[in-house]
Design a protein around this ligand. Structure first.
Ligand code: AMP
Ligand code: GLY
Length: 424
């Protein structure tokens, strides 16, 4: 079968490399992809936010039988709905289910209505009312723009002054555009965080192996929030008891809640969770594979990814036995100097000979005059598996030394955190 994957990043590269291993997959296309993806799939230069253009391309490429929609914005826009209307098979939630990520107000209200544990919150459409609330609310406070904001629409405010400034930025200055028309003000929670991605066909939910992201730019979780500077899998503190709690109190109730709301979710449902003193709580939902979580999760998958995708589409996921490796995996992101703020593009990248078993997932790369150059803030993900996280971590850092571009920087502490947390 020939398959089209929508998206441009390291996550899409990981999906493509996993699909390449499937005996069911013949040829892969990527819309629009990047330089690294170009070595694994045929690149298609069509704007995937233009649903008509995507459908038109598929109509003229009748060899493509299946489309995987990976990023949040085409899902939120309803690309899967449009593809289905035009008779194309696709992986990913429809628009009315993708709202679980696209509107934080929706997801908070869903959790409240169905008793799914999350931080206490208030929702405001009016900046003055938000300011009045903040004047007496306990700090720290968390402010979240309702809509999609490239993972940057969340502000942790230690003081009331910071919260007032935050309301100004999100609601009045519209720093994240219309995503900030509605504001969620949330209780500040503390504890280790874990990403639990899952496959679901709306009936069955199958958790993937766990992973932990590093959102801040600098070591020891200092610096600005980014799209993610590295990941490791599995989360050391996530044992059987926690897995059971998450499945029973969070995952199954979320699938049931979406069905009860007439919004059945089919695709990858991502649970961003925190282990608090009162148990596991939901920090966020995403309607898709995480980036860079996917880069450590999919290399651990033993089952054929294409088989899982098709089973989700056909609502027979309960028939598939999804299996995972027992070891560990680490992804280190190599970023452009200045990211997540201003950075230069077009820097030539040189890659030495990497050790066997080390994979390079491309994110912000392009080909220019026959040379590999940077084209984004997060440029490459160096990924290795090992028997333990420490083992995988060593391989990743050794191999990162063989890659160079002007201004390249990375965190030196990926894979260390939570190693002393109790596993339960
Ligand atoms: P989100 O985009 O919702 O995942 O938020 C980004 C990051 O902000 C999360 O990964 C957490 O580290 C942090 N965060 C979000 N909500 C809270 C909260 N209620 N309490 C503490 N930290 C939070
Ligand atoms: N790594 C967080 C996300 O994909 O949203």
């Amino acid at each position: 079968m020939n398959v089209l994957v929508i998206g441009n990043g390291g996550r899409e590269h990981a999906v493509i490399k996993a699909l390449k291993k499937s005996p069911k997959v013949n040829k892969l296309y990527a819309m629009k992809g990047n330089a690294g993806i170009g070595a694994d799939a045929e690149l298609v230069n069509v704007d995937y936010m233009d649903a008509k253009a995507v459908c038109d391309w598929l109509d003229t490429h009748t060899d493509v039988e299946y489309t995987v929609v990976t990023p949040d914005d085409p899902l939120a826009m309803g690309l899967v709905d449009e593809l289905e209307k035009r008779g194309h098979r696709a992986f990913g939630p429809r628009k009315n289910a993708a709202i679980i990520e696209a509107s934080k107000a929706f997801s908070k209200n869903l959790m409240k209505k169905y008793g799914i544990p999350t931080a206490a919150y208030e929702i405001f459409d009016d900046a003055q009312k938000a300011l009045d609330y903040i004047a007496t609310a306990p700090v720290p406070l968390v402010l979240k723009a309702d809509g999609l904001a490239l993972g940057k629409g969340v502000l942790i405010c230690k003081t009331r002054e910071e919260a007032v400034q935050g309301v100004q930025e999100i609601m009045l200055d519209q720093k994240f555009g219309s995503a900030g028309n509605t504001l969620v003000v949330e209780e500040f929670l503390e504890g280790p965080e874990v990403s639990v991605l899952s496959f679901t066909d709306g009936k069955t939910i199958v958790p993937m192996i766990t992973s932990c992201d590093h959102k801040r730019a600098l070591d020891n979780d200092q610096g600005l929030n980014t799209g993610g500077m590295g990941t490791f899998s599995p989360a050391p503190f996530f044992g059987e008891k926690t897995a059971k709690e998450v499945l029973e109190k969070i995952m199954l109730p979320t699938v049931a809640a979406m069905n009860a709301e007439g919004r059945p979710f089919k695709g990858v449902l991502y649970f961003g969770l925190m282990k608090t003193k009162d148990g596991m709580k939901v920090i966020e939902y995403n309607s898709r594979f995480g980036d860079p979580e996917t880069q450590v999760v999919l290399p651990m998958l033993k089952t054929d990814l294409m088989e899982i995708f098709q089973a989700v589409t056909d609502e027979r996921l309960s028939d598939v036995n999804v299996e995972w490796d027992t070891g560990a995996c680490v992804c280190l992101v190599l970023a452009s100097g200045g990211y997540p703020e201003k950075y230069e593009k077009g820097k030539e990248i040189t890659v030495g000979e990497l050790d066997e078993g080390v994979t390079l997932y491309h994110a912000g790369t392009a080909m220019k005059d026959g040379k590999l150059v940077t084209s984004g803030g997060r440029v490459l993900g160096v990924v290795a598996k090992g028997e333990t996280i420490e083992d995988a971590r060593q391989k990743v850092y050794e191999n990162a030394q063989k890659i160079h571009f002007e201004g390249m920087y990375y965190r030196s502490d990926i894979g260390i955190k939570y190693r002393n947390e109790k596993r339960e």
